[in-house]
Every structure is written in C-alpha cells, then in structure tokens.
Design a protein around this ligand. Sequence first.
Ligand code: GLY
Ligand code: MN
Ligand code: MN
Length: 475
Amino acid sequence: MKYFQTMISKRILLLVAGILIVCGLLPAQTKKSDYDNDMLPAQFHADRRQALRDKMEPNSVAVIFTNPERNRSNDVDFKYSPAPDFYYLCGYTEPNAVLIIFKEKQTIDSISTSEILYVQPRNATEESWTGRRLGTEGVKKQLGIVNVYGNVNFDALSLNFCTFDKIYQSESYNDVRDDQNDKGDLYSLIKQCKEKTDFCKSKRNSFSLRTLLAALREIKTPEEMMLLKKAIDITCDSHKELMRNLDTSMTEYQAQALVEFGFSFNGSEYPGYPSIVGGGENSCILHYVTNRKKLHNPELLVVDAGAEYHGYTADVTRTLPVNGKFTKDQKALYDVVLKAQLAGIKQCRKDNNFRDPHNAAVEVVKKGLISLGIITEPNDFAKYFFHGTSHYLGLDVHDAGTYGKLKAGSVITVEPGIYIPEGSSCDKKWWNMGIRIEDDVLITEGEPDVLSGKLAKTTEEVEKMMAEEGILKKK
Ligand code: GLY
Ligand code: MN
Ligand code: MN
C-alpha cells in the first residue's frame, strides 16, 4: 500500500513538473550538444538590436553588412571571421549576409517587422565542401530572428529606403570579391543596397552607425564578460605554460607554438591577433609577427599573445628572460615598466579620462629613464616609449569605444613599454632590450579589476614560474 501511494505521488509530481515545463515555469532538462554550449544567447543579440534601435534617430534604418571572405592565395581563403558589429547584433557567423534594423516597425509585403536578416541559403554541395550552414530555418531556431530570408531575396525587398530621414550604413569594404554565379553574395548585397539608396545618398551615414555601436560595445554585458574572462583565463594559463617551458635552445616560433597550443587546447578558436613573439633585437619592434629567430642567452623575449573565445579576445603581454633569470640591467629596466604599468592601472577608475592611465605611465617612464641614465631630457622618453598605454578590448583587440571618460563595465588594456633598439643614443648595455607588460583591466564602480592579474608579473614571480616544470620537461 505504501509502495502504491509513493508511486501515485511520484506520478502526480511528474505530471505537475510536466505542466510547469510546458507552461515555461520550470526549465526543461536541455540535452547538451556536442558542440559549444556557451555561445551568446539569442536574447543577448535581441537586446543589443533593441539598444541600437533606441539610439537611432526617428524614421531611420540601419543596414549592417558582415565581413567579406578574405583570400590568402589562389583558392585558399583565410579562416572566416564575421564583422564584429554584425556578430554583436545577430550572432550569425557565416558570410554573405546583411542585417536591417528599423527604428519604427515597417510593414513590408503585409508583414510588420522591426528587423530583417538576409543569410546564405542551405546548399548540400557547398556544405559538403565548406561546412554546414544554418539557412533561414536554422537562423530562426538558433538565433531567434523571425524575419529571415535567403540573401538572393534582398534585391526584391519592396522598401523605399529614401522615405527614411537617415540611413545608417556599415562602412564599405574595398576587398569584396564578386562571385558572378551568386546574386546573393556580399558583392551583390552591397551593390543592390547602393542602388536602392543612390537617389538619397545624402541620407547615408556610416560614421554615425560606428559611433552608436562604439558606445554600446564599450560597456560589456554579463554575457560578454563570461566570454572575455574565459579568453583571458585561457591566455594566462597559456602564457604560464610558455614560462614553464621556455629555454635558450628555442626559437621564437617554438615559444609561439607553446603559447598557442594552450589557446587551442583550451577551446580558443583563434589567436585574437597574430602573436608577437620577439627575442633580442625583435623585442624592440612593437608588432613583430615574423617569429622566426633563434633565441639566445641572455635575451629578453616579448610575448604579446591573446586567445579569442567565441569572438572575444584577450590581449596580454609578458617579457621573459630567455634563460629564466633577469640580468641586473634587464631587471632595472623591467622595474621601470612595471612601476609605470602599476601607476597606469591605478588610474583605471570610473570617470577618469581615458588618457589618465597613459599620462601616469609616462611620468614614471620619464623619471625611470632619467634615473638609469638613458635620457637626460624628460621629453626624450618618447624615443623609447612611443605608443599609447591603453585601448578598449572586446570583439576586436583594439575594440570600439568612445575614448572619453572611463565607464564601469568597460575593459581596457594597460601596456606601457620601453624599447631601446641597437644604435640608440645611450649606453650600449641597454641596446636590444624591449620590454612591454600588458594586462586587461575591467573598470568597475570601485577598484580596477585586473582580469589577467593571476599571471606572474614581477621579476621574482616570472623567475619562479620559469623555474617550474612545464609539459615539455615532464619525464
Ligand atoms: N596586441 C596588440 C596590442 O597590444 O595592442
Ligand atoms: Mn594591447
Ligand atoms: Mn598586446
């Protein structure tokens, strides 16, 4: 009897749970996919579209194209990357697409809508060569956009763009290839859009769209922060593994391989930018990406490398003594950069000016270079520290932002550097030393939050980490 009662109450419980799930009051146990389960949710993109719509002027329309496919050589393309603004607004990661957002709902072919997305259609043959496509139905299901059509239908869109007071339009590319056999490729979409708006050219404006989106992208939402933090964590762990394995027998490309191994192994799709791995004389080249030199004792190695995760990229630099120990002079110069970086980070506070971290770092570098006898005139600091200290970080490594006052929720880098190439007018002992230290910092309501702060940074911390046993050294 007791057993029977228990069975009945279990059935009642299941029935109630079922009703609640159907009514959407309890989350159903969703089956995990074999692919990524932590992509930005459709609601995130819907909210971003609404945020843009809220900022658009009355009676306006925005036309946002995604990136073209870029050719490397002959019939080999670079791995495709969607335009960050486009991805931010809809999450579609395939090429040949355009998104249209209306300030006010429009009735088109008796359908009332505030947005339309044109995407590339399914194509079994193409898909067997270059991968699965979502197609219109997949986009509706996965990205939650209602009005989705094949890109070949854009030309037939029955909408007079000239009735709008303003046409926000993404910037035009000058490297779009024309696939003569595809009337829905990006080349055609851009051409058709131009034809639709040529009668009212003066209403087209790409600068304003960039400005509106920069203001939005500058402030990261919690969903974006999850991905950016993941990219930064992967990056720190990968730099750590490089520190543990680096030795004087290696080349720059082997150091690059070690750091990028960590990126891929931990789920990053791509380095967010070509990794900068410069030893000795190459440590003095800001964006050195050749990475082919043999390393030597006792050179410094600048490693500026960041993992990208679901579109969001980290940007972290550490400068390492190839042999695991800083020389006295290397340490002296390193400590100037470190002090400048810490002074910069201290200025990463809400309502400070965007330039405040840079100005603070410059003051430290001026004094440090004078005290080491490298310069005598304070303004000569610029010979050796000739770049800005900060930029926004997010979907782009140099991300969109307003560059005004710092705002809570934005992430910026702090990355002073000193670079003394051979032939510089100072004691030869400093020649070929390049040092940059870069962290990613979240602006909060209070103290700066150094998101890459777990990675060794002082000379003592770096030396300690380099003395640890890395995967290559394990027996
Ligand atoms: N990785 C490029 C930069 O630091 O700006
Ligand atoms: Mn940077
Ligand atoms: Mn960097």
